[in-house]
Write a protein that binds this ligand. Sequence first.
Ligand code: GDP
Length: 440
Amino acid sequence: MGAQFGDEGKGKITDFLAAGARYIVRTGGGPNAGHSIHLAEGQVVLHQLACGVLRHGVVGMSGPGMVIEPTKLETEMQELEQRGLLRGQVVLSDRAHVLLPVHRLEDAWEDELRAKKNPNAGLGTTRQGIGPAYADRSGRFGIRLGDLARPARLREALELLYATKAHVPNLPPIDQLATELAEVGGRLAPLIRQTEPILWDAIARHETILLEGAQSALLDVDFGTYPFVTSSHPTSAGALVGSGIPPTEVDEVIGITKAYTTRVGAGPFPTEDTGERGEFLRRVGGERGATTGRPRRCGWLDLVLLRYAARLNGFTGFAVSKVDILGGLEEIPVCTQYLMPDGSTIRDVIPSQADDLAQAQPVYETLPGWPEFHQRLKDRVRREGASALPSTLRRYLDRIVEETGVPVQYVGYGADREETVTIPPPSGHVHRASLTPWTG
Ligand code: GDP
């Protein structure tokens, strides 16, 4: 699960963990996600497919919690196939909702409405229609992948849906849309299945299932920085709803965080650095959206947000990505608490109002930096494991553990699949998620 505002490197870590799994399930979001994975054959950005599709013998499932643009999904599969990278099996949930052109048009219409009422109220969404599609799901006007193979049901559902969209300009004619959807539905039909029993049977056979979160804790529609959020639940609870797996079957919850923080779009971001050093993070970290190409806002590690995300998700471990980007900095600020305008301090529960969070002043502790991750250091870490990580980096990771109560289990020191190191738990100790801090 993403532990910050998204783009933490979920694709890379899921792909790393995928080596031991039989099923990988994307549990929410749609083409607004862009999970980047660097393979020997080049970079892959997955939008609607789970990263399991890149591995032989693995099932990559696009789960019931997703909103899927079927034509884009087809193109994504074709492109992977042309590159010889579609190696796993693709399975699509019949319960996943269909993202339609009307949703994209409605997204733009809503954004304009917000801007008209208040020029500062734009959410900075990807304008792909994700919000309206989830709204139609909740409103029970939605169309699901399973409907595409039922022409009469599809037609009836489209007519009802269109009746609710009189305010949206330039809708494509229903006839044309119904025909296109039936065609793409026909081509995808062999992949569309009822997915939850497949996963239940896999659990009964003791096979490993990995749920691949999209978006992140601070973008959760309820627990994020509302209204600057996505329209689904990118938390561990949401991943269960988005897959149909019961909570009692979960063994581990891995929170993925960068060694610093970024955010795309509008909304409060206490540790944002709008100066030269933020620009440094953007440049060196290549911080541009994988889907939209938008520059990401950049800032420092925020332990208040991480503590909050850890409690919300019940993280049993962290994967910390992009430590190589900070390599070579002499000192690194880390936010340990917020100072609020009334003089109070906040350590672990962010305010539920975005306006209040926007007032939070980060209080920083300065930690010593570590050397640059040149090739020699990377080779040593690959050979010798976590013991070869620079001691100042180990100290940085220890501070995350001390402040959140959650052990760091994986560290990413480069974009390549191989550039991830596992930190073994002391004497085989496995952390169980608990609100009681971890003491090692
Ligand atoms: P996601 O949506 O959470 O998968 O994240 P994105 O793909 O949007 O952004 C993460 C970017 O960082 C991608 O380009 C990854 O290849 C890259 N990345 C992930 N982990 C690391 C790392 O440890 N070091 C470096 N340098 N890049 C990384």
